[in-house]
Design a binder for this molecule. Structure first.
Ligand code: 2PG
Ligand code: MG
Length: 412
């Protein structure tokens, strides 16, 4: 059997206190899959639209009007569920029904199927028999669109316990750096309020370089060597700085501007100085050639597309052709449905593009993305560091460590 017997939705709030949609899918009147959609603040130009007219109520109404179309479908048949969504919305960016609805329906159906089959979600999303943990990538210091005035222009400084052999140690190590960083920040600025950005990273009044230096110091204070036990990463989220009219990157908080060439230099000097393992959106979302320069220059760093590739298979193909990146973010809600996102993941894997499954800055307390990271063989899982909605994903990894199909950490 294992057929969808009901599908319902409701309006809830995400971690930023903004309205979003949650969907319940039931299989055989019994097995509940429940998913609440996240949403971003630094949103890529070409990603799926979250809600039609920016209104979650519109998505909910569309779900109510069309719920019968899903009843009777095999809940594990992701393609069939995706196809129904596509009959409701033939646009490429889900502007009619909302990518958030596609996200919630498809993941809730698969979770419901997993319950019916008495298997963990990651196992029904993959035909593999052996899995590795992605390395948690945690935002320890935030700025840009995720934090207020006075914080760095750079959106995220990230920690990854690249030397850890177990998921327990990787999570513990990331948390220890976050804690030590608070101590360093308090010492540096006694008026530091311990304020945090949207993803749990500290949000101090600091300019970019100083923020990076202090993050490195926190690692060193703990006896770690950058590039060994731990490594730093940066999400530059450069589209936030890019001013198309001026053709310049505006670092308004730090008070300087970068030409295209200067931006590449700026990113390259940070990658070198701080031995970054990870550099996301170091140039703006349409700068495929500029990203390619960095990718050629830093083969050992994950030069990662987020706004650049927006979990869109066709855009990824362009990035592959132009050799723009060696890694890509996978955010299901950028794609819309889980089916779209898994197609993107296949394309990436076939072309040796390393995957980083990621949360959004406005999150729910759900933890399915931990399973999606495992199933897609992601090298890293970018899920933040503290705050209930972030820790939920890390805690799910810890629960999953009891599972004997998962053997150790991924190879980056
Ligand atoms: C990003 C994400 C998550 P947002 O830019 O990578 O960190 O932020 O969800 O705001 O797009
Ligand atoms: Mg990003």
């Amino acid at each position: 059997m294992a057929k969808i017997s009901s599908i319902e939705g409701r309006i809830l709030y995400n971690s930023r206190g903004s309205k979003t949609i949650e969907v319940d899918v039931k299989t055989d009147n019994k097995f509940l899959g429940r998913v609440c959609a996240p949403s971003g603040a630094s949103v890529g130009k070409y990603e799926a639209v979250s809600f039609p007219n920016n209104n979650p109520e519109d998505s909910l109404r569309i779900l109510k009007e069309n719920s019968q179309k899903f009843i009777g479908l095999e809940s594990s048949d992701l393609k069939a569920i995706h196809d129904v969504l596509k009959t409701l919305d033939g646009t490429t960016n889900y502007s009619k029904i909302g990518g958030a609805l596609a996200f919630a329906v498809t993941i809730a159906a698969m979770e419901s199927a997993a319950r019916a089959l008495d298997k963990p979600l990651f196992q029904i999303l993959s035909s593999e028999q052996s899995f590795n943990f992605p390395f948690p990538l945690g935002n320890v210091l935030g700025g840009g669109a995720h934090a207020g005035p006075g914080t760095p222009d750079i959106q995220e400084i990230l920690i990854c316990a690249t030397g850890s052999k177990t998921i327990e140690d990787a999570i513990e190590t990331n948390l220890s750096v976050h804690k030590e960083l608070r101590r360093v920040l308090e010492k540096e600025d006694p008026s530091f309020t311990n304020g945090r950005g949207d993803e749990g990273g500290w949000a101090p009044k600091l300019e970019n370089q100083k923020a990076l230096e202090i993050s490195a110091k926190a690692c060193e204070n703990l006896g770690f060597t950058l590039g060994k036990e731990v490594s730093l990463g940066v999400d530059f989220a450069s589209s936030t700085q890019w001013n198309e009219e001026k053709s310049k990157y505006e670092y308004s908080r730090a008070g300087f501007e970068n030409s295209t060439g200067e931006q590449i230099e700026f990113a390259a000097s940070i990658i070198e100085k701080f031995k970054l393992i990870y550099a996301e959106d170091a140039v703006h979302e349409e700068a495929f050639e500029d990203m390619a320069e960095l990718t050629a220059k830093f083969p050992k760093t994950l030069i990662t597309g987020d706004d650049l590739t927006v979990t869109n298979k066709e855009i990824l193909k362009k990035a592959i052709e132009k050799k723009s990146c060696n890694a890509a973010i996978l955010k299901v809600n950028q794609a819309g449905s889980l089916f779209d996102a898994l197609e993107f993941a296949d394309e990436a894997t076939k072309n040796n593009i390393k995957l980083i499954t990621s949360h959004r800055s406005g999150e729910s307390t759900d933890s399915q993305i931990s399973h999606i990271g495992l199933a897609t063989k992601s090298k890293m899982l970018k899920v933040g560091i503290v705050g209930g909605e972030r820790v939920a994903k890390l805690n799910e990894l810890l629960r999953l460590s009891e599972h004997d199909l998962i053997r150790g950490m991924a190879e980056i």
